[in-house]
Design a protein around this ligand. Structure first.
Ligand SMILES: Cc1cc2nc3c(=O)[nH]c(=O)nc-3n(C[C@H](O)[C@H](O)[C@H](O)COP(=O)(O)OP(=O)(O)OC[C@H]3O[C@@H](n4cnc5c(N)ncnc54)[C@H](O)[C@@H]3O)c2cc1C
Length: 491
């Protein structure tokens, strides 16, 4: 009789007849987190087997921009070359704000202190950075340049508590998509260290004793089910759950408002379910990066964003992911970006944003949109009145982006949630210590179990604070911590 395995149900160690594979450390998933965990575990002298469900390495990490959030300790070479000094305290305060109401202080502190040495580690693995800075507001460099403003550093309220500094570091790769280069380099290092990599190997369940201590896992490769024993620990690096729409519906239903989950089929929540099966706590499962990447062209930042009642709700110079987060909190799907003829530039095609209404006066635009008379016009009048004095008392948009919208014709760009591009991926996952150990609801470590990357809830855990580069920063850095600790758990 064949046994049914489920990621939600641990297989009991007493039922294992024989171990087919044995190693000190077993890793599930060969994206950025898994690669970094494997490198560090192996460098610490552990034998490592890395299981990957796909036929090649990379996961979502290889689809990404490869941008990593780095700084502190005076600054990386790119920051210093561009004339910025990035103090560790500023990075720490920014990370704490970015983490939201339940920021993980221990992780934010460790990352702020060691981010510069993490940069040096990445360079030592072979990741190339051209130490050049691209000023302005953009999603990713279209060139092979390195440093950009990748979050809300210069925007209120972040700018008030942490001295602004650009921290998005993209590898030297022309155009979007430097994640493939990052993964090729990390994978080459994994190979060099002779980590035993098993592709086409899907992990089906954890193996645990009755006290939920993890002893290994069940894996299916080439149609054969095998039992693998971890002498020290299992590290779950299997990505997030954005592609599992049942899990999204259950934990983050607001994301169902958009049809643009981004990731690979591997982001099906298996890693999180494996951890929960042995008592791991999943936290902040409602949180996500959810964005309206409306700049560049950066002149659109001088416009204002309103909901279907014609009301503003955010400073438009914040990071596009923070804006997307607040858009998804609005009642109704209709969202408009209002610009005048001086600020208008066509949005990029990818955005699926067209013109909803245009007019020679804001009254005409208001009418065209079917809004109650006086609503939109009042918003624009109030904004224009203060913008003319270089102020935004309602949302504190920085003076550099304030321009009264007074030169007709006027346009309402159609950013409706159910049509425009709102890419999103999940931030919730297993609660972990900075060393990667998975925690129970009582914050007790689950013996023998670690998690990193989007399987864990790491530094990025609040959509309102996410900044580009934070997911890979977290995946690579805390993947390393998990690998080191699992290699020498008693140390
Ligand atoms: C288009 C795009 C651009 C992005 N750009 C950036 C960016 O520039 N900077 C940034 O910080 N973030 C970016 N992100 C987000 C970031 O890429 C991911 O959050 C991050 O790569 C997650 O890394 P990971 O190691 O946790 O997961 P992944 O890289 O997805 O790796 C997980 C691996 O686990 C495997 N797996 C899953 N289940 C199993 C199983 N049961 N058994 C075996 N293997 C399994 C998967 O196949 C996958 O290979 C971007 C995302 C997208 C989609």
């Amino acid at each position: 009789m064949s046994i049914e395995f489920s990621p939600s149900l641990p297989f009991r160690v007493s039922q294992v007849k024989q171990w087919d594979i044995e190693a000190d450390v077993l890793i599930v998933g060969f994206g950025a987190a898994g690669a970094c965990a494997a490198i560090e575990a192996s460098r610490a002298g552990a034998s490592v087997v890395l299981f990957e469900a796909a036929s090649g390495n990379g996961g979502t990490s290889a689809l990404s921009g490869g941008e990593i959030y780095l700084g502190g300790n005076g600054g990386t070479p790119a920051q210093r070359a561009a004339g910025f000094t990035d103090e560790t305290g500023d990075l720490f305060r920014y990370l704490m704000m970015a983490g939201g109401p339940d920021a993980d202080e221990a992780k934010a502190r460790l990352y702020a202190e060691e981010s510069l040495s993490h940069y040096e580690w990445l360079v030592a693995q072979g990741v190339p950075y051209k130490n050049t800075f691209v000023p302005g507001k953009l999603v990713e460099p279209a060139t092979d340049d390195c440093l950009i403003w990748s979050g809300s550093e210069q925007a209120w309220p972040f700018s008030e508590q942490a001295k602004p500094c650009p921290r998005g570091h993209t590898p030297q790769w022309t155009g979007w998509g430097g994640g493939r280069l990052l993964m090729d380099i990390l994978a080459a290092r994994v190979e060099e260290l002779k980590v035993d990599v098993r592709y086409d190997s899907r992990v089906l369940a954890l193996v645990a004793d009755d006290a939920n201590r993890v002893h290994g896992l069940v894996v299916r490769s080439d149609g054969v089910t095998r039992f693998a024993r971890a002498r020290n620990g299992v590290i779950l690096c299997a990505g997030g759950f954005v592609m599992n729409r049942d899990m999204v519906r259950k934990h983050a239903p607001h994301l169902m408002r958009s049809d643009d989950p981004i990731g690979t089929p591997g982001d099906d929540g298996t890693g999180i379910r494996l951890g929960m099966s042995v008592g791991g706590a999943a936290i902040h499962m409602n949180e996500a990066f959810s964005s309206l990447p409306f700049y560049a062209p950066e002149s659109l930042v001088k416009g204002i964003i309103v909901n279907e009642r014609g009301q503003r709700f955010i400073n438009e110079d914040a990071y596009h992911g923070r804006i997307g987060h607040h858009i998804l909190q609005q009642l109704g799907d209709r969202i408009y970006l209002l610009v005048d003829s001086e600020t208008y530039e066509p949005p990029i095609e990818l955005l699926r944003v067209g013109i909803a209404a245009a007019g020679d006066t804001w009254e005409e635009v208001e009418q065209d949109l079917g809004m109650t008379a006086g609503t939109l016009t009042h918003t624009v009048e109030t904004y224009n009145h203060h913008a003319a004095q270089g102020q935004d008392p309602l949302f504190h948009k920085a003076a550099a982006w304030l321009k009264p919208l007074t030169t007709g014709p006027f346009v309402a760009l159609d950013c409706r949630i159910d049509y425009a591009f709102y890419p999103h991926f999940t931030l919730g996952g297993l609660d972990t210590l900075p060393n990667g150990q998975v925690l129970t609801d009582q914050r007790e470590p689950v013996p023998g179990l670690y998690a990193a990357g989007r399987t864990a809830c790491g530094l990025p855990r609040w959509g309102g604070g996410y900044s580009s580069g934070m997911s890979l920063a977290d995946a690579t850095f805390f993947g390393r911590q998990a690998g080191k600790h699992a290699a020498t758990p008693g140390a």
